[in-house]
Design a binder for this molecule. Structure first.
Ligand SMILES: Cc1ncc(C[n+]2csc(CCOP(=O)(O)OP(=O)(O)O)c2C)c(N)n1
Ligand SMILES: [Mg+2]
Length: 632
């Protein structure tokens, strides 16, 4: 008997092994290979400084380390990066134990809700339990194997805890499987006890070999494609609703051809905006609660809805009131069967690009009637006149937010990117932004997380350094999380941040007024006589002395204070000549909002109240709710 050959091994700490493995991962789609990890962001503490920190320090050529300022922000940056890379790239995020780790929970939820790959590596308490309770350890009297990192499990698509150094191998492979899987992807968490990070093991060399993960383009089978084609042929008013999956699958050219060939018009979700250029005759623009009258009118009469890569959020479907025709049916093209099955749809489980291509073949010779095609083109033109009107309101003394959007849109190039997430701005952008490039619109509205804007914008810029990135951020979101301005300056990733100041939470203020609670708790005002001020106060308390422009300046950004839209236009031109992050501060009139168009959103109103305005709102609510339905 010959001697058994032992595999080549290399002795590394568990942290060194993980970093080495991550640096060797690649993805390939359509024959094009990309390195998967663009780096590792982190904030060090005792839970990772000597483990993962040492590994990154020792071998900086493996993964570039980015020094974040806040762990939540760091995960937002990773999500922005992954979205801009169409989910074919990701960042790893390392934290200490305890607060550093739990700060990532919000970012993880955002990534998972938006189906974006991020790899989270929170440090964890000692596996040995010797020093328990270590600084920041949560002790649970009835269970010894709990740590705060368990909070990350429900918001992750894959969770593991690396109890032993050799366990890096299955944990890392399991993490990659989920990260690159287009239907499963989201936050992936590998909790990493601080002692295990530093322990050595003889890892097989093969584990570190260059590895290429193929990203397939799955197709539904012909039976169901046939059925879908028959449903489309049998419909009179079909409508495509394009979601984020259209863009991630790089299906926008095929969608365009599909619409031109069939004449089927397209409404866009927040994540799907940019699927068609705004001036395409089949483009009805935004659909749903924050939709255009063009899309919402067509939706109301649609008899067949073809969802492409959409998760059908309440905003898209106007809380199940958008599609009012009693006979409306759904065909859902989605890489995830979970989403394809929604609204009792016919499930075309597959990649958006190849599925639309195949569907085109099945629909050979089919076209909607001319009248329907012409109606869409007329609505497109009519809507654009509404956009032009709102861009040029010339509201005084303070401009309207719609004018700010107009100034940024006309002052930017087609391939530049606008980034936003929460407040009144996302809805206004959804309606009004003239998108000219599939990657030009980046509004995070799956989680609509205040604080995503600047941090997410940094991720966008890291993924696409050749594009200018315009971050539109409200004063509320800015106050919540603006720390990554510092990181953008450190790394030379320039952001052009338009800080839209209306002294408070305008969006929620408007919602509050409409529901009878008078803007309660939504303005930045002093407390006077026990009150923080209501919208109807004839003499409200003074505004708080917040100077966000000075704040941005103190973080190292170049700041341009813009008193008027003309100054904003000039400022945007000036900002182009800056090498580093610029903040343009502009105040807007909080009461000059963009209307909503033929839509409704279900926000529950108190059933009993002392306030007459609330009782009125409840009465209207009960009437409106009548239209809300299940699609079965
Ligand atoms: C983290 C987080 N907390 C709370 C909310 C609820 N919320 C949505 S918009 C908003 C106010 C945002 O204020 P600002 O950024 O100034 O934008 P504006 O509403 O004034 O347009 C709030 C509190 C949220 N979306 N995210
Ligand atoms: Mg505000």
């Amino acid at each position: 008997m010959g001697a058994r050959r032992r595999p080549e091994t290399v002795r590394l700490t568990a942290a060194q092994a993980l970093i080495r493995f991550l640096s060797a991962q690649h993805v390939e789609r359509d024959g094009v290979e990309h390195r998967f990890f663009g780096g590792c962001s982190g904030i060090f503490g005792h839970g990772n400084v000597a483990g993962i920190g040492e590994a990154l320090f020792e071998s900086p050529e493996l993964l570039t380390y980015y020094q974040a300022r806040n762990e939540q922000a760091m995960v937002h940056t990773a999500a922005g990066y992954a979205r801009m890379r169409n989910r074919l790239g990701a960042l790893a995020c390392t934290t200490s134990i305890g607060p550093g780790a739990t700060n990532m929970v919000t970012g993880a939820a955002l990534a998972t809700v938006n189906r974006l790959p991020v790899l989270l590596l929170p440090g964890d308490v000692f596996a040995s339990r010797r020093p328990d309770p270590v600084l920041q350890q949560l002790e649970v009297p009835w269970r010894g194997d709990v740590s705060v990192n368990d909070c990350l499990a429900p918001v992750s698509r894959y969770f593991d805890r690396i109890w032993r150094p050799e366990q890096v191998i299955p944990a890392a492979l399991g993490a990659m499987r989920v990260l690159v899987n287009q239907s499963e992807t989201g936050a992936v968490t590998l909790a990493f006890p601080q002692d295990v990070q530093t322990e050595a093991y003889d890892y097989p060399e093969a584990f570190f070999a260059r590895r290429v993960w193929h990203v397939p383009r799955p197709l539904p089978d012909d039976t169901v494609l046939n059925e879908a084609a028959a449903a489309i042929r049998g419909s009179r008013r079909p409508l495509v609703v394009a979601g984020g999956g259209t863009i991630y699958a790089e299906a926008t050219d095929v969608l365009r051809r599909f619409c031109e060939q069939t004449g089927i018009p397209v409404g866009e979700t927040q994540a799907g905006k940019g699927s068609l250029p705004y001036d395409h005759p089949a483009a009805l623009g935004a659909i749903g609660v924050t939709g255009t009258f063009a899309a919402n009118r067509v939706a109301a009469e649609a008899d067949l809805v073809i969802g492409v890569g959409t998760r059908w959020s309440d905003f898209t479907i106007a809380s199940k009131t958008a599609f009012a025709s009693p006979e409306v049916r759904f065909v859902n093209v989605n890489v995830a069967d979970f989403d394809a099955a929604k609204h009792a749809g016919l499930q075309l489980v597959g990649d958006a690009r190849v599925t639309l291509e195949r569907l085109e073949e099945f629909l050979d010779g089919y076209e909607v009637d001319d009248g329907y095609r012409e109606q869409a083109a007329a609505l497109n033109a009519e809507w654009d006149r509404e956009v032009a009107r709102l861009y040029a309101l010339d509201h005084r003394p303070l401009p309207a937010q719609s004018e700010v959007i107009g100034a940024v849109n006309s002052g930017s190039e087609a391939t530049d990117v606008v980034v936003c997430a929460a407040g009144a701005m996302p809805g206004d952008l959804h309606k009004l932004w003239r998108t000219r490039d599939p990657k030009g619109y980046h509004v995070e509205y799956g989680y609509s997380c205040m604080g995503y804007e600047i941090a997410g914008g940094l991720g966008v810029k890291m993924a696409a350094p050749d594009r200018e990135v315009y971050v539109l951020v409200g004063d509320g979101s800015y106050l919540m999380l603006s720390s990554e301005i510092v990181t953008s300056i450190q790394e030379g990733y320039k952001l052009t941040i338009v800080l839209v100041d209306n002294h408070g939470f305008n969006s929620i203020g408007g919602l509050s007024r409409s529901l009878g609670t008078d803007g309660f708790g939504t303005q930045h005002r002093y407390r006077r006589n026990g009150s923080l001020g209501l919208d109807s106060d004839p003499e409200p308390p003074p505004h708080l002395p917040i100077d966000l422009a000075a704040n941005a300046e103190s973080l190292g950004a170049a700041v341009i204070r813009c008193g008027t839209i003309e100054e904003l236009r000039a400022g945007l031109t000036e900002a182009k000549s800056h090498e580093s992050t610029v903040v343009l501060h502009v105040e807007v009139d909080r009461y000059e909002g963009v209307p909503s168009y033929d839509s409704w959103w279900d926000v529950a109103v108190a059933e009993v109240s002392e306030a007459a305005a609330v009782r009125d709102a409840r009465t209207s609510y009960e009437v409106a709710r009548e239209a809300e339905r299940f699609h079965v």
